[in-house]
Write a protein that binds this ligand. Structure first.
Ligand code: ATP
Ligand code: MG
Length: 393
């Protein structure tokens, strides 16, 4: 069946009054973005508290649906057949043809639910329901009506044209990106951080990202992997501004001057500081990490406290209560898993101690950092100035 329009259903919570415009405009914008690379011509617009996508030219309905399934804010996608209004006899034919094609197995129950948006139409919605229901029953002897719990709720909307639809394909839910500000994701090449970015963005938050690499200890391939991950995440979030920080000199300096069991924590504190620097520069309202309590030594409650100690922006950790398997399930769903498990080295793994502290003391960590006084400001400045920034889409 060739569907010419997609009716977009979105959640109602939190979008009353003035916010509704913002929400709908952001949704329209994000849908346009998602369809940019899909073959076909698409007209996305809002009308009477609904959002529609009209399709023209050569397009594949499955491609359109796949793209729409990645737009946060969409709760359901209804593929619509549009019929010209050529009188009620023709409408009966159109509706039976629709049922015949969309439901080849007629051992089902149905109900017609019509809406008369065009008030001059010669039949009331009750009459439309009854007469179309009769026509369908006549056409297919097996089919039955169930007004309470039908298998198929056939919607017929009479406007200038007539819209016929019955399927609702689930969307990702959430809120359209751009309705809740922007945050800075600390994006590594691992499994967790892309998922963390996805989850926060799902609530309407635009993303920027910072990646720390350590050439020559980490390769170009490791960097490319992070760019690829950002690209995969951006299919949901829209364009991501990615900052690639050369972290080598800071890491070497920490290695040289600080106790080795504290390396990871001190390094993570510098990551947070640098990410926060870029976050503030671009009006991001928070930082995002893929941390989860107890996953590794640097993610115990004490380690998280020590890392958090240097942040002034709120740090969002959407995976904090997730087990690894639960994170993997989301990674698979959003298609980042296969890329995340490619075996390239990470900057954190190069300078790790054999026995890192698992219960760091914040005071002691601050003291250890004093050993960096001589050069750290200069190195921080250089790291920021030599950062490579690109927009991933
Ligand atoms: P991930 O799977 O996301 O790499 P992880 O289990 O390897 O996480 P850590 O290495 O302790 O955990 O990192 C915790 C978080 O710190 C990551 O989720 C990410 O947000 C951030 N992070 C770690 N390494 C980097 C890096 N090289 N660049 C940017 N952010 C990083
Ligand atoms: Mg990692």
């Amino acid at each position: 069946m060739k569907f010419q329009t997609f009716l977009i259903k979105y959640g109602e919570i939190g979008i009353k009054g003035k916010n509704r415009y913002m929400f709908e405009d952001a949704l329209v914008r994000q849908i346009r973005f998602a369809l940019k690379d899909v073959e076909g011509e698409f007209h996305v617009y809002k009308s009477q508290a609904r959002v529609y996508v009209d399709c023209e030219g050569i397009y594949d309905c499955d491609d359109v649906t796949e793209a729409l399934k990645r737009v946060f804010g969409i709760v359901g996608i209804c593929p619509v057949v549009r019929a010209e209004d050529k009188g009620f006899e023709q409408l009966k034919k159109d509706v039976t043809a629709y049922m015949d094609e969309v439901y080849p197995d007629k051992n089902i129950t149905f109900k017609v639910d019509s809406r008369r948006a065009k008030k001059t139409y010669p039949k009331t919605s009750t009459e439309i329901n009854r007469d179309l229901g009769e026509a369908i029953l006549e056409a297919f002897p097996e089919i039955r009506v169930d007004v309470h719990k039908p298998d198929v709720m056939l919607r017929v909307e009479v406007r200038d044209e007539i819209y016929i639809y019955s399927e609702i394909i689930p969307g990702p839910g959430g809120m359209p990106v751009g309705t809740n500000g922007k945050a800075m994701l600390l994006l590594s090449g691992g499994i967790d951080s892309p998922v963390a970015g996805y989850m926060i963005s799902k609530r309407g938050v635009g993303l920027e990202a910072t990646y720390f690499h350590a050439p020559p200890y980490t390769s170009e391939r490791a960097k490319q992997k992070v760019i690829d991950l950002a690209k995969l995440v951006s299919r949901y979030t829209g364009p991501i501004k990615l900052h690639i920080v050369n972290f080598t000199d800071i890491q070497l300096y920490i290695y040289e001057a600080c106790p080795h069991d504290e390396l990871t924590i001190i390094m993570r504190r510098y990551m947070m500081r640098i990410a926060e620097h870029f976050a503030k520069q671009d009006d991001c309202l928070g930082l995002i990490t893929g941390e989860s309590i107890g996953q590794v030594a640097s993610q115990t409650m004490q380690s998280l406290t020590a890392t958090n100690d240097v942040c002034t922006l709120p740090v969002y950790r959407p995976l904090i209560g997730f087990d690894k398997q639960e994170i993997v399930e989301v990674a698979e769903k959003i298609n980042t898993y296969e890329t995340s498990i490619l075996p390239y080295e990470d900057c954190c793994t190069i300078f790790v101690a054999k026995h890192p502290v698992t219960k760091p003391n914040v005071e002691r960590i601050r003291k250890s950092e004093e050993k960096l006084q001589e050069k750290i400001e200069e190195l921080f400045k250089t790291a920021v100035e030599t950062t490579e920034t690109m927009v991933i889409k």
